[in-house]
Every structure is written in structure tokens, then in C-alpha cells.
Design a protein around this ligand. Structure first.
Ligand code: FMN
Length: 178
């Protein structure tokens, strides 16, 4: 989903800076079948090491339209909900909040414990857009790629990059034209 989001941002002429936790890179390798670092370099994305706390995105003076944490582990959700800045990703999220910019998290876990839900509620109360990667069942998706596109589309809308989901993914159109 992170890969698709980057592709869609580029299609729209938007730039992005990428930072991944060590665990996030392991998940990428497992799910995408290639090393994250290599993929980012091959595709020309600027990225910073998770320990690079002096990177530009650690400061509110670096202008951004917002930040997306995708996928967001329950570990990172807890850290951001409690204002921790123990690594560059957490610091960038904290900066996004303090600068009152749009922060989107795509939390991934099932089932969700009470603690997970409390942390996600805290994020929502802080104005964070919490977009769980739920399939758009109403449009009868038949491939994982369709579901990924839908979630990425929701993120783009939350960021204000797109005004709305593509018509074929909107409830009324999807349901009533089939
Ligand atoms: C292949 C793989 C998939 C994982 N998927 C999830 C997940 O969906 N949600 C989650 O909260 N943790 C998941 N984990 C566990 C996290 O990676 C682990 O809790 C880690 O400490 C999170 O650290 P981070 O927030 O610094 O990335 C996964 C781990 C692996 C190896």
C-alpha cells in the first residue's frame, strides 16, 4: 500500500520523503518481495534513516502538506498517540501534529485490543485521520490491487491531494451502476 501510494502521488506530480522503521523494512521485504531501500533508490525517492533525527522532516520549518504512516504498527500508533519522538518517524509525526498539519495513519492489526483502540481513539481526538485498510465491499472488489487502490485513494482524499474517490469507487456509483 505504501508503494501504491507513492506511485499515485508521483502520478499527481507530488513529492514525498520516506522514512521507515527497521520493522517496517522487514514487513516491506516480506510483502513486496524486495528490499525497501533498493526500491526507493531505484525509483528516485528521497529517504532518511530512522535514526537520522537531524533530517529536515524532524523540524516544523520544513514545509509539508502532511504525513502518512502506512502501514502503522500498533507500536508506532502508541508512540505517536503519546507524543514520543524516539525516532525520526515518531518525531516527524509529532511535528506534523504540532504544526497542525494533516496526519493520516493506516493502522494494521487484527483483532484490535482495548489498548490499540484507546490509542487510535486518542489519535482521532488529536485530529489524526485514521483510515484502516478495509476493503470497499460495496464495490465488489475482485483483486487485492483494487482494494489497495481504494485505500490509497482514501488516503489521497484525506491528504487533500484528491478531491474525491474515483467514481467507480464511490458508493452510489459502484452499487447502482452494477
Ligand atoms: C511480516 C510482519 C508483519 C507485521 N505486521 C504487523 C501489523 O500488521 N501490525 C502491527 O501492529 N505489527 C505488525 N508486525 C509487528 C511489528 O513489526 C512490531 O510490533 C514492531 O515492533 C513495530 O515496530 P515499528 O512501529 O517501529 O515499526 C509485523 C511484523 C512482521 C515481521
Amino acid at each position: 500500500m505504501a508503494q501504491r501510494l507513492l506511485e499515485l502521488l508521483r502520478e499527481r506530480g507530488r513529492d514525498a520523503v520516506v522514512v521507515s522503521t527497521a520493522a517496517g523494512a522487514v514487513v516491506w521485504q516480506q510483502e513486496q518481495g524486495c528490499p525497501l531501500k533498493g526500491w526507493l533508490a531505484e525509483n528516485g525517492w528521497l529517504s532518511y534513516a530512522i535514526a537520522d533525527i537531524a533530517a529536515p522532516i524532524a523540524s516544523g520549518t520544513f514545509p509539508t502538506a502532511g504525513m502518512v504512516i502506512v502501514p502503522c504498527s500498533m507500536n508506532t500508533a502508541a508512540a505517536v498517540a503519546h507524543g514520543l519522538s524516539g525516532n525520526l518517524l515518531e518525531r516527524a509525526a509529532d511535528v506534523t501534529l504540532k504544526e497542525a498539519r494533516t496526519l493520516v495513519v493506516v493502522p494494521r492489526e487484527a483483532p484490535l485490543s482495548q489498548l490499540h483502540l484507546e490509542n487510535l481513539l486518542k489519535l482521532a481526538q488529536l485530529g489524526v485521520r485514521v483510515i484502516p485498510p478495509m476493503p470497499h465491499f460495496y464495490a465488489h472488489p475482485t483483486t487485492v490491487a483494487e482494494v489497495v487502490d481504494h485505500i490509497a485513494g482514501r488516503v489521497l482524499v484525506a491528504l487533500g491531494v484528491d478531491g474525491a474517490l474515483p467514481p467507480d469507487q464511490q458508493y452510489g456509483t459502484a452499487v447502482w451502476t452494477q
